[in-house]
Design a protein around this ligand. Structure first.
Ligand SMILES: N[C@@H](CCC(=O)N[C@@H](CS)C(=O)NCC(=O)O)C(=O)O
Length: 250
């Protein structure tokens, strides 16, 4: 059986979980303690798939280390080791053709790949930094709201660990903080407009979901751990997409 290495509550990891569930491929989820995850996946034979992540245009030491050592999600599949959602999506589509993660029509596939690329390179990091800025500014409130939600608890089960460790990770590795928060929040409506436009043209949120849907929805779900941003989402197709894939727990 496949094994998927994740850290709890990670939006990036939830993308891979959604893709495996879409394919109805049985898998065992292996939770790693956050911060140890680059090392643990490395010891299991993974690398970081050659990515070069940036946060606000910066390659922090943490990002450089992670890109050298390993990232999650990481999929172990009968002796093969597949890193990154980009790799996992393509591996799954090759091995398990139905239902597909990418449209067969080349033009539609290119549109989905463009949305997937933006979700991977821009939205995934911005989502961390938007939620992260709130954690840095007010660790007590965010550690409480991160107790559960669309992605489950975020990173650490214990509130004290969420309060003490999470803001340090977000500030140190992902350069989250007050200066970038203003900028990112100002850009958020335009980001949501972009997603709504993709939904309107059928690239996202169609009857047949695709890899880009599974990349976009978890990042929006992470942003929504901040209740103050909800008014920006209200009435938008982007919110319907998150509600469809990752409903708020009752
Ligand atoms: N964009 C990649 C990267 C995923 C990613 O950045 N994962 C984070 C956890 S949410 C990670 O493993 N970080 C390790 C580090 O930065 O050291 C993907 O979607 O697979």
């Amino acid at each position: 059986m496949y094994r998927l290495y994740v850290i709890p509550g990670s939006h990036a990891c939830r993308s891979a979980m959604l893709m495996l569930e879409h394919k109805q491929v049985p898998y065992r989820r292996v939770d790693i303690v956050p911060l140890l995850h680059p090392l643990v996946v490395r010891l299991h034979g993974f690398d970081a798939g050659g990515q070069t992540r940036t946060a606000g245009g910066r390659r922090t030491l943490g990002l450089r280390l992670g890109d050298r050592v390993g990232t999650v999600p990481a999929l172990a599949a009968n002796g093969q080791r597949i890193s990154t959602n980009h790799g996992i999506a393509r591996f799954l589509d090759e091995r398990h053709q139905q239902p597909p993660l990418f449209p067969a029509d080349p033009e539609r596939r290119a549109a989905v790949e463009e949305a997937e690329r933006w979700a991977n390179e821009t939205l995934q990091m911005d989502a961390r930094r938007i939620a992260g800025a709130a954690a840095v500014r007010d660790p007590v409130t965010l550690s409480r709201s991160a107790k559960d939600g669309r992605l489950g608890y975020l990173l650490y089960k214990r509130e004290l660990a969420r309060r003490l460790i999470t803001p340090r990770i977000l500030r140190g590795i992902f350069a989250a903080g007050p200066a970038s928060e203003r900028e990112l929040l100002a850009e958020l409506p335009a980001m949501l407009d972009r997603i709504d436009a993709w939904i309107a043209e059928g690239t996202l949120g169609a009857a047949q979901l695709n890899a880009a849907d599974f990349m976009v929805a978890p990042s929006l779900a992470l942003i929504l751990y901040r209740p103050d941003v909800l008014p920006l989402f209200e009435g938008r197709p982007a919110l319907e997409l998150v509600d469809r894939l990752l409903p708020e727990p009752a």
